[in-house]
Design a protein around this ligand. Sequence first.
Ligand code: SAM
Length: 244
Amino acid sequence: KLSKRLQMIAERVPAGSKLADIGSDHALLPTYLAQQGVIVFAVAGEVNPGPFEAATRQVLECGLSQKISVRSGDGLAVIEPGEVNVITIAGMGGSLMASILEAGKGKLEGVTHLILQPNVGEDHVRRWLLAEGWKLDAEAILEEDGKIYEILTATAGTTGDKSSQEALYAERVLPGGVTVTKERLLQMGPYLVEEAPEVWFAKWESELKKLAMIEGQLKLSTAEASTAKAAQIAQEMKEIKEVI
Ligand code: SAM
């Protein structure tokens, strides 16, 4: 049985997909999707030998070697252009995820869906999608075993999407009269800000606590750079508090 997190990612993979799951670890996601008949083919990519071997074993044991190709390599280096139409990347930091996508840009030809679950640093992923003309379609958030995860789904943008995406992140006024800046939308999620689910509130309450700790530490120093950084964090906290 899949974790709730992987289950929610699986639900977002369109039927009939040719999938690349990058950083697949034990290849649980592609295995499940192949068993359910959702995908017709998958590449499970892994850069580290341990997880690569675990994925290879898992696919063999499930008798899925015809459908799932386990490959060793960094990020999108494991796929050929045009080989897959859906990419999932889950369970790593948003900044690593963005750098994997950036480095593998040449492999995204023919890819129509990106399903991304950064553990932290979601803003890096949103920023990359926006800069590269992908259309952020939806955001989901969930809690499992005391951890909170976001799942971002994006589709390959067409020419008209550039302006719709700029509009999605344009500074806006929430029903309560609070202004949300582009920076906060990139950080907190343009859809999540509107939908404001319970778990999302909990996430930002906890992020505020972390920021307060950092601010407190910075204030102990008299260095100019620390004072400036503390002021910047204070402003960020103020804006987050207004939004939630
Ligand atoms: N995707 C699975 C999930 O969400 O449950 C596994 C997540 S696991 C925490 C992250 C995996 O990404 C690790 O197995 C790690 O080896 C792999 N990884 C990290 N950087 C990678 C890269 N540049 N290319 C491919 N895999 C990578």
